[in-house]
Design a protein around this ligand. Sequence first.
Ligand code: ZN
Length: 226
Amino acid sequence: MRPAAARAAESLGAIVRAEARAARAAAARIPQPMAADEAYMALALDEARQAAEAGEVPIGAVVVHAPIDRATRRPLAEPAVIARAHNLRETTQSPSAHAEFLALEEAARALGAWRLPDCTVYVTLEPCIMCAGLMHQARVRRCVFGAPDPKAGACGTLYAIHGDERLNHRFEVVPGVGREESQRLLREFFAARRKGAPAAVKGAAGGSTRAPGARGEAEGEGVDRP
Ligand SMILES: [Zn+2]
């Protein structure tokens, strides 16, 4: 028979191992940041699909509010989707009706505040200068986007508004989340429009004389906003 001390040490070791296993299991249940970003991007992609159905270039956005205690950095509430929107430029004939611009305006209305420091913007296409500028103005915490925009991207591709140290607010940018699906939606939309498919040409049934691509801008890889 082993001494009592050895048996005690052995059972203590077993307890420590069990606790470590429990801690690992708990950690596995906590949603990882990437998984959460992908889940919110899926909502933005749903918005992009709605845009396509309405004859708009398929770009979607959601705003997630996740308030934290400034001192301790601890969450004060569960993250919540407070705004969702899609591109409505054709419908509204407004140059500012980009998905993330509309979503930020809706988020500000929802919170009753122009400052949105606890917000992350999810948008399927890299923000343009205007939208990155609005994110700067709204003091957002993060922007997660899908596809880079080689012709207008202002969060790393052509400009890096989010990280410009001359500005009085900077925000984190996470590119490439949902990139493939975002690009697929854009490619399919422009391919259908070039063929004149009714679903993708707004106003075709109403006798619009506007031909697909009539704005005279190149559509490149389909990540352009024409
Ligand atoms: Zn924009």
